[in-house]
Write a protein that binds this ligand. Structure first.
Ligand code: HEC
Ligand code: HEC
Length: 455
């Protein structure tokens, strides 16, 4: 974590716990906080522009799909912070609604603050080394929210329209076609390419303007803005301190914006890309093919960074975007491949990926133990204990790219069997803190004085 970042964070009253000693873990990672406009909460009552009103209609219109059954909101449900309303790793789409995706659905909240992707994005703190950052989707291949819309509208396993012209024809036939003409002019449908561009612009305008995409109404926001009486609880404040402490959770080093931090504007991502080598998810049908590897920035969905660059393994392989952690408690599937299903499991993955790889990655050649050790963890992805065999650590990354794995805490490659960085109590507090990032918080009339996430 750069020093300037620590200073900025310490300006937050609630972060004081995070501002004691502790050594700075400045490692050689690819982490690159990005320049981004200072986010501000827009007023709830600001009326939508005509373009955004069209975007609102488009976003919820299931006729804009090959199946007639799928809108943007099918996968990006407003009741789940515009992420998936279920715990499936990937969603089903396509003309028959049976075609599986290859990645988990991200939340669309707070995305409008994302700068376009750059291999060497400048770091606003002026300290950290520039690195890959910005852009939309898990691999940053879309430069703008408008550009991004062509992916779901045209992908055969998502909304599966036959062509941009197909989409335009459907909008022309929609009940809101007059609104579209009002927004873009009476000849707006004449040129198909232009009309498709208007559709993309309208979807972007809706996501940028509508308050529901950036409500800043979590307990964390209300607390920082002094809008709830009293404190966050003791447990939540301890959790924040684990989140920022470079020697335990260190989450802030990738999931916090370094500069421009004031009050509730914290976005809980620095838009950077790292390789943390999450386990392969065999629930994704594409992964049944052993030669298929989703390697994020180096493809296959993204095509401008080839796996081999100048004869050497490309350093961009296996990098995925560190997503915002706002509303993360509403998710049913975590990471780009949705392999993790609860926050409890997720923080344990960060804590024990290196100390207990056998509970996260498959073992080959071993013999299942008939009576496992009583203390063999049950929260991992692998619950069978083996005698002998080899753990296939980092099993979703071809060996040539192992050098790309980020060495930052808490994933610091410590030895198997050694003590993990966080205690159970610290992880429990960390989860309490992550739960304060869910929007729509209503302070209870009589706040509990004891209980989970309170004491
Ligand atoms: C079938 C489910 C599905 C549908 C329908 C869908 N999306 Fe998505 N969306 C996804 C997935 C999966 C990703 C991540 C894709 C990737 O990383 O390659 C995504 C990514 C995004 C992103 C990038 C978010 C980020 O974190 O950078 C935006 C913006 C977005 N979708 C908007 C839309 C819009 C607008 C529509 C309607 C036109 C739509 N989506 C329809 C599944 C869906
Ligand atoms: C070295 C940078 C780094 C650190 C440190 C880090 N993360 Fe992450 N985090 C990432 C990246 C990169 C991803 C996406 C990885 C992927 O999908 O393959 C991610 C994904 C996540 C997700 C999934 C969110 C979603 O939408 O699916 C959660 C939750 C999360 N991190 C929480 C944490 C917590 C809690 C900590 C501290 C214990 C932490 N992270 C530390 C880089 C980091």
């Amino acid at each position: 974590m750069p020093n300037l970042f620590r200073i900025a964070l310490c300006l937050l009253p609630l972060a004081l716990a995070a501002c004691g000693g502790g050594s700075d873990s400045t490692t050689t990672s690819t982490s690159a906080p990005a320049t981004t406009p200072a986010p501000t909460a827009t007023t709830a009552s600001a009326p939508l522009s005509l373009a955004a009103q069209v975007g609102d209609k488009l976003f919820f219109d299931a006729t804009l799909s090959g199946s007639g059954k799928m809108s943007c909101a099918t996968c990006h449900d407003p009741n789940y912070a515009y992420a998936a309303p279920n715990n499936l790793a990937v969603q089903l789409g396509g003309t028959d609604m049976l075609q599986p995706g290859t990645r988990a659905v991200p939340s669309l909240r707070y995305k409008e603050f994302t700068p376009p992707y750059a291999d060497l994005l400048d770091n606003p703190d002026g300290v950290s080394v520039p690195g890959p950052g910005g852009g939309f989707t898990w691999d940053g291949r879309s430069p703008t929210l408008a550009d991004q819309t062509s992916i779901p509208l045209l992908s055969a396993n998502e909304m599966a329209n036959a062509s941009p012209a197909d989409v335009v024809a459907k909008v022309k036939a929609a009940s809101y076609a007059p609104l579209f003409l009002q927004a873009y002019g009476s000849d707006a449908f004449t040129d198909t390419t232009k009309a498709f561009g208007y559709i993309q612009a309208a979807l972007q305008a809706y996501q940028m303007e509508d308050q529901s995409f950036h409500p800043f109404s979590s307990k964390f926001d209300l607390y920082v803005a002094n809008k709830i009486g009293g404190n966050m609880t003791a447990a939540e404040l301890r959790g924040l301190s684990v989140f920022t402490d470079a020697n335990t959770g260190n989450c802030a080093s990738c999931h916090y914006q370094g500069a421009g931090l004031n009050g509730s504007s914290a976005l809980f991502t620095d838009f950077s890309y790292e390789n943390i080598s999450v386990p392969r998810n065999m629930d994704i049908p594409a992964n049944q093919n052993a030669s298929y590897n989703d390697m994020g920035v180096c493809g296959p969905l993204r095509t401008d960074h080839l796996p081999t660059s100048l004869g050497a393994p490309n350093a961009f392989c296996g990098l995925f975007k560190a997503p915002t952690l706002r509303n993360v408690a509403l998710r049913g599937a975590f990471f780009h491949n949705g392999v993790i299903h609860t926050l409890y499991q997720l923080v344990h993955f960060y804590n024990t990926r290196d100390t207990n790889p056998e509970i996260w990655y498959p073992t080959v050649g071993g013999t299942p133990r008939t009576t496992p050790d009583a203390n063999f963890p049950t929260y991992g992805l692998i619950t069978t204990q083996y005698t002998g065999g080899t753990v296939q650590k980092f099993n979703d990354l071809p060996a040539a790219y192992l050098g790309n794995i980020d060495p930052q805490m808490p994933l610091d490659s410590r030895a198997a069997g050694s003590t993990p960085p966080m205690t159970e109590a610290q992880m429990s507090d960390l989860i309490c803190f992550l739960n304060t990032l869910t929007d729509g918080y209503q302070p209870p009339a009589n706040p509990p004085t004891h209980g989970t996430c309170v004491d």
